[in-house]
Ligand binder design. Structure first.
Ligand code: AMP
Ligand code: MG
Length: 352
């Protein structure tokens, strides 16, 4: 079993409203029917599959949702870095001694990660594994690691020591570890949504811990009247910072309020700056809208590390990607969004 989020010790569904990063409403649903919603736990977080306008019988819809959840668990079994038996777990255990044959999906995820690392000056860096383990944000009482320990681990955050030959993945340095925590949930969302689509479902939302995939008929990425996505106020749980409509899209939020602790009034959170070994500073949350969920997942982490200026410039150079960066200014929160998102974004609570 992966080590669960600390909050998993509370009853799962009672904790849900606290944990959801984005909440959903469906102004465009139109049918007057309630969605079929299934909640579950996977990949160390909460999973919600919502099917709107189910074209099938309740039993058929339930079977489609079962298959989507099975896809998520399949990806988890490949990509989890908490498990020694997952493919990534085996690659990490063999670091410095041997390569491990892995599935094409893992190779694709690693290649995609390396591509975004190269584009971002290694701001997105899946070799952060040793740092993530040292910070151990899921521990009962996480604490700030010793500065010397962080320095000694930084040399292991070395993507040049990641080798792909054929179907074999090798980490050349002992102590290295890959961590797909910034990409795997988005990928699992895409797989789950593809499974629902194959099953004939045309309107659905899959949410794995704030990584959303939306299927909405033929609606464009930010089409008005499609699914409604709310962005949580990162400093006021239960309050919305704003909302926007999304059609077929991936939406991901990375925030400093997830997996974090506060010591002496200072917040430490799980998005690490691979250059320093410490949590990335400067912004509070980043929401990305992209054509698919894996891209949104990568980019929310990457833009968080780059910060507002460089992060927004980065996504400005990509096709079909929009984003919102929220930061603190004194006691208030300020949001900066790309032009496409600004056009449809509404500040405050969503209107019914
Ligand atoms: P996300 O919630 O998608 O922003 O991903 C954060 C997770 O990705 C962390 O919990 C780590 O497992 C991993 N991670 C942390 N920092 C980075 C980074 N700079 N690049 C890639 N993955 C990271
Ligand atoms: Mg991410």
């Amino acid at each position: 079993m992966p080590s669960p989020d600390r909050s998993n010790r509370r009853p799962v569904y009672a904790a849900l409203p606290v944990l959801l990063l984005c909440q959903l409403w469906a102004p465009g649903c139109g049918s007057g029917e309630e969605p079929v919603v299934r909640e579950s736990v996977a990949m160390n977080t909460y999973v919600t599959v919502s099917v709107y306008d189910p074209p099938l019988s309740p039993a058929e819809t339930a079977a489609r949702i079962d298959s989507a959840l099975a896809e998520i668990r399949r990806v988890e079994a490949l990509a989890s870095d908490y498990s020694d038996s997952s493919e990534i777990g085996r690659v990490n255990r063999a670091a410095g001694s041997a390569g491990v044959r892995v599935s094409p999906e893992i190779l694709d995820l690693v290649r995609l990660s390396l591509r975004y690392a190269a584009l971002s000056g290694n701001a997105f860096n899946i070799a952060v594994g040793p740092l993530v383990k040292e910070w151990d944000f899921l521990a009962e009482h996480p604490r700030i690691p010793d500065a010397r320990t962080i320095d000694s681990l930084l040399v292991l955050v070395d993507l040049s020591a990641v080798d792909i030959r054929g179907d074999t993945l090798t980490l050349r340095r002992k102590g290295m570890a890959l961590d797909l925590g910034g990409i795997a949930k988005g990928y699992a969302v895409d797989r789950a949504l593809a499974s629902l689509r194959r099953g004939g479902i045309r309107r659905a939302i899959v949410d794995i811990g704030g990584n959303l995939g939306i299927a909405w008929d033929d609606a464009a990425m930010l089409e008005g009247g499609a699914a409604g996505i709310s962005v949580r106020d990162p400093r006021n749980d239960g309050t919305m910072f704003g909302s926007f409509p999304a059609g077929n899209a991936g939406v991901s939020t990375s925030g400093d309020y997830q997996r974090c602790f506060i010591t002496d009034g200072k917040r430490f959170h799980h998005v690490l700056d691979p250059a320093t070994g410490y949590p990335a500073a400067g912004v509070v949350s980043v929401t990305i809208v992209a054509p698919d969920a894996v891209t949104a997942d990568i980019l929310s982490t990457l833009v968080f590390v780059l910060g507002k200026e460089r992060g927004l410039a980065f996504i400005g150079r990509l096709q079909g990607v929009e984003g919102l960066v929220i930061r603190e200014e004194g006691d208030s929160l300020v949001g900066d969004a790309t032009a496409g998102l600004r056009r449809v974004f509404e500040r405050g609570e969503p209107r019914d």
